[in-house]
Write a protein that binds this ligand. Sequence first.
Ligand code: HDD
Length: 750
Amino acid sequence: SNFAKAAKGAVEAAAEKVADVLAPEVPGAPGSAPPTVAEPTTPHDPLPPGKEQGAPETRTPTGARTGAPSTANGQQGTFLTTSQGARLRDTDHSLKAGPRGPVLLQDHHLREKITHFDHERIPERVVHARGAGAHGVFTAYGTAEAVTRAGFLRKGRETDVFVRFSTVLGSRGSADTVRDTRGFATKFYTDEGTFDLVGNNMPVFFIQDAIKFPDVIHAGKPHPDREIPQAQSAHDTFWDFVSLHTEAQHHTMWNMSDRGIPRSFRTMEGFGVHSFRLVNSAGETVLAKFHWKPRLGVHSLVWEEAQLLGGIDPDFHRRDLYDAIEAGAYPEWELGIQVFPDIPEETFAGIDLLDPTKIVPEELAPVQPVGKLMLNRTPTNFFAETEQVAFHVGHLPPGIDVTNDPLLQGRLFSYVDTQLTRLGGPNFSQIPINRPHAAVNDMLRDGFHQDAVHAGVAPYRPNSLDGGNPFPAGDAEHAFVDVPVTVAEAPKVRANPASFDDHHSQARLFWLSMSPVEKEHIVRAYTFELGKCYHQAIKERQLQSLANIDPVLCAQVATGLGLPAPEPTVPLADVAPSPALSQLGRQWPTDGRTIGIVVGPDSDLDGVGQVRREVFAVGMVPLLIAPHGGMVGDLPVQRTFATGRSVEFDALLLAAAPAPAPDALPARDAEAGAADSASVDPRVLLLVQECWRHAKAVGAWGAGVTVLDQAGVTGTPGVVTGDSGTAVLTAVRQLMTAHRVWERFPASVA
Ligand code: HDD
């Protein structure tokens, strides 16, 4: 009978399985390390097939050097198994009553595989859902020792870190380059306990009190009825809220500026936003604000690039981060602090230090460098590390304490709370990426997903049964001591201090600090965003706030919207600009940036080879763009006319004038202008024209020069030609130190 046959087969299979289990273990090479990648586009060699391979090596997710345990459940061994380690001989067919029969309920392998899959997703973060992370190390200069006892800031101290960058509004799968604030959250695994600096790339916030966080986020998220637009602030509910709630005007101005569309995570500043209270070993306190300064400078996309990238490469920022690290161009920031005397008023130069919608200009309180961050390792597994990392503003080491900033106070509640839902219970700090590198003895017990096997019988204090353990620490043992700040005796109120009522002066300060080009971008951004709103009343109300910030700004936006510019309803604030807020006017290193080089069969290939070597030598990444993939001469091609697009490159070099490749769209009109349009591939012309429009440096030599003519850009600012590739490269690099060639487009906003 069939049954007898099946039973016989099963017995044979079982016998074979036993034989497998009993067979001697293949001498296991330890999992081979991933290949080191010299340039991001070099393909990884696949591992040669074979059982002697073993599973890919599992790395300690936190890169712990302090002896934290490695992940217990990384994959091991050579053979496919169930979650319980039983080896499997087939994972492609369900267990059926005959090849055409129904699936048997007893198929425990099928059920385990599907059930686990069904539960693979966890809730995305309610804000900052879209992000990318990297590991690194923080090295302290020792310059903060006088103001804080935090051990990780002692001179020369090295601390492992994990950083997660994010956008705020979009869902987990949204595009990287949308106009939005960026999160910049850093976990310092210090030996005195984990310190989370949960900041943004903008130094101010939309609201002054955490109780309004649900309001601003509900307004910014997609409309509840149709769930659009995704990851955008250019819609009615956002502008409805910020125009009614004028304390958001300063942050909104930052969003409308170039800061809202960073070129790269590597070229963003970071800010702790709030004032923190630092305490030194003598118990003396100061107030301080944290700043991250990128070594490469603060650079942004232009709006058209950002929009194109949303379609062409929605992963642009995370790809850029991973590629840079894998290419060895490790991103770096300096951590700096602005230090203020801890006086009872909690103000500095008249600025309320508890108001998170205010900055203190660097000209008044310089940012003093206290250490350096370098990101040097990409995560091994996105979910395990980047998705499960849990930050909390209340993760503080001794020497750093909070202030009464009402936004910070509410955050102290929210961050643990949100992880309970997101990570499924109270034991999220046992997830490897969240494990402290300091010894933990917390008396917290049980709960969902308890990983620890706690010994002892007395998780309470005082006790005698566990010998009194754990013991309270004193100052000498690095205890966290809450600074004994005096709390005023005052009536309970739901109210703000009067100084919080000034909503426009610092938005004006920011506007006045911008260069003409930056001002023009701000005008265009407001005009675009308000132009996307349907409700006239919302546009008019926002114009009123712009009038109260600056009449020129207001008039320009009003013109774009086709609306009258209102008169200010408050006196314009008398503020001094802060030049440090402008991104322009300085020279920056160019290493880690990307240069596209158009090559073809007619190129000076020796020259290209030389340029390529020189680009590498100065720490930049050259990407060769050719009519086809593979090789041109003995040079590897990284992009073709089909796969390359201008938005990926910081500058463009042309070493060829390639005729249309076979996969180019045919010219629409064969007769009209056939000679011109046929001589260069139209995608190369688009490449040049886009780079030009986006104010990028363009250089050409040899046959490449004719492309400039055809694109109509010869002789314009930032377009260079020369006798040799290396001469052109030198000129282009010089232009790149200013990031873009803004002289090409004299700004119309004074
Ligand atoms: Fe927040 C995530 C930054 C105000 C509540 N926040 C989150 C992240 C960053 C910030 C970078 C992502 C962390 C990660 O990568 O996992 N948030 C800020 C800054 C703020 C701020 C700079 C103002 C200065 N946040 C803020 C308020 C509240 C929250 C006022 C609530 C009252 N934030 C959260 C949260 C999130 C979060 C809901 C979502 C996911 C998470 O915490 O872990 O708790």
